[in-house]
Design a binder for this molecule. Structure first.
Ligand code: AMP
Ligand code: GLY
Length: 421
């Protein structure tokens, strides 16, 4: 029987904790720092530094650490745990550069012939501006480093692109914008594709579609993700095989050759262009809210699967997903992704939880004396299963409608593309 530690505090971590808890050989799960909803399923603890995490794992004989967000991965938490002999799910700092530096990721693609948008990578404004001289718009300007999903500017004119370049080098995204990637604009449906790797090999781990814009009909500013559904039908069997063959497996072998074998989940943001699937970006962690819908559909032993990844035995993993569809509707605080208030009380959660084939994952809540309050921008991920996407969607909104939270809102059209198709 194993004890586990999950790092993070979002809806993604709640979904992972919930599914891990159902694994037969899991004795106990801790989550640091967790949130009000996670605390209903596992024990939440505070471990402020990476050193605190390592000592806690040693003292409590933790058998696997699952690292949720990108920041601690880029900072080398997985390396520290491995060095202390503690199995960790998630790549080391060097392999995490696939997400931590867009320029690094693009250079790997160029070197190993992985299909992605044509690009230039610049370390000063003059070179970036010179590159733009003979280009045409739309064109995409990206801050090199982590920018919490905000560092991408789709410029409609070259003038706009030049402004974005100047802003980034002037510090609009801090250190993250001290280098810049400029790339070709691509068009097509977007898919979030997940693959597990143990450094040697890789297997598909589901795929989903996210809704990044805040408003119905995919309008308004970008957010961290307002909802997701799985599986999207645009992702045909032939496309899945092509993505594995032309993007995922070449990346796994590239990272081995670079001396930074990738262990963990490779989350490929794909664009399905007319000339085939192209890599938009890599994330080195699970997607949020995609993971909420994936975990609803996953029906094997998550602990053994992630442990197999962390210990180089992925060939032994037995994974399966139900054929049913899942839809996750994010409930966010009024004002998100701009300014929003914290501390409002969320009611009706117990009643809402009684609706079968659904689960309310918490993304930004606190619990005190049995009262749940909102503490973040994205607050809940209401997730449901159904025989079809339409059934899962209607069930998810049935749950949403039981929740009493006037200070929050959600999109009413999650999965609309699929239902329209
Ligand atoms: P990223 O953080 O790189 O995934 O970019 C955020 C969003 O910007 C993506 O989900 C796309 O919708 C859009 N985007 C990024 N790169 C491109 C590109 N080369 N062409 C068109 N849209 C893009
Ligand atoms: N939902 C997109 C992400 O997790 O980056």
């Amino acid at each position: 029987m194993a004890k586990l530690l999950v790092i993070g505090s979002g809806g993604r971590e709640h979904a992972l904790c919930w599914r891990l808890k159902q694994a037969p050989s899991v004795q106990k799960i801790f989550c640091a720092p967790g949130n009000g909803g996670i605390a209903q399923d596992v024990e939440c603890i505070t471990l402020p530094t990476h050193a605190d995490i390592v000592s806690f794992c040693k003292e409590n004989a933790i058998g696997l650490v699952v690292i949720g967000p990108e920041q601690p991965l880029v900072e080398g938490l997985a390396d520290m745990l491995q060095a202390a002999g503690i199995p960790a799910f998630g790549p080391g700092a060097k392999a995490a550069q696939l997400e931590g530096s867009k320029g690094y990721m693009k250079n790997i693609c160029a070197k190993y012939n992985i299909p992605t948008a044509a690009y230039g990578y610049f370390h000063n404004a003059a070179d970036a501006l010179a590159f733009l001289k003979d280009k045409s718009a739309p064109i995409v300007v990206k801050a090199d480093g982590l920018a919490a999903g905000k560092g991408v500017i789709i410029a409609e004119t070259i003038k706009e692109a030049e402004e974005a370049v100047r802003d980034m080098f002037a510090g609009a995204f801090g250190e993250s914008g001290s280098s810049v990637v400029i790339e070709e604009f691509m068009e097509g449906p977007e898919v979030s594709y997940f693959a597990l790797s143990d450094g040697q090999t890789a297997i598909e781990f589901g795929y989903a579609q996210d809704h990044k814009r805040v408003g119905d009909g995919d309008t308004g500013p970008n957010t961290g993700g307002m909802g997701a559904y799985s599986p999207p039908s645009v992702m045909t069997e032939a496309l899945r095989a092509e993505v594995m063959k032309t993007i995922i497996l070449p990346t796994v072998s590239a990272m081995q050759k670079e001396g930074a074998p990738f262990k963990g989940v490779l989350f490929a943001g794909l664009m399905l262009t007319k000339s085939g699937p192209r890599l938009l970006e890599y994330n080195v962690r699970f997607g949020d809210p995609e993971t909420q819908s994936l975990m609803m559909r996953f029906n094997a032993d998550l602990y053994q699967t992630l442990l197999a990844c962390a210990t180089g035995r992925l060939h032994e993993a037995k994974i399966s997903f139900t054929k049913e569809a899942a839809v996750c509707v994010v409930m966010a605080a009024n004002g998100y992704p701009g300014n929003y208030a914290k501390g409002s009380v969320i009611g009706g959660l117990e009643k809402a939880a009684n609706i079968p084939h659904s689960k309310i994952f918490h993304a930004g809540t606190a619990a005190k004396d049995n009262v749940i309050t909102a503490t973040g921008g994205r607050v809940l991920g209401v997730t449901a299963l159904g025989a079809t996407i339409a059934e899962a969607q209607s069930r998810a909104y049935q749950v949403v409608d039981q929740i009493e939270w006037p200070e929050g809102f959600c999109r009413r059209d999650i999965a609309w593309r699929e239902i329209k198709a």
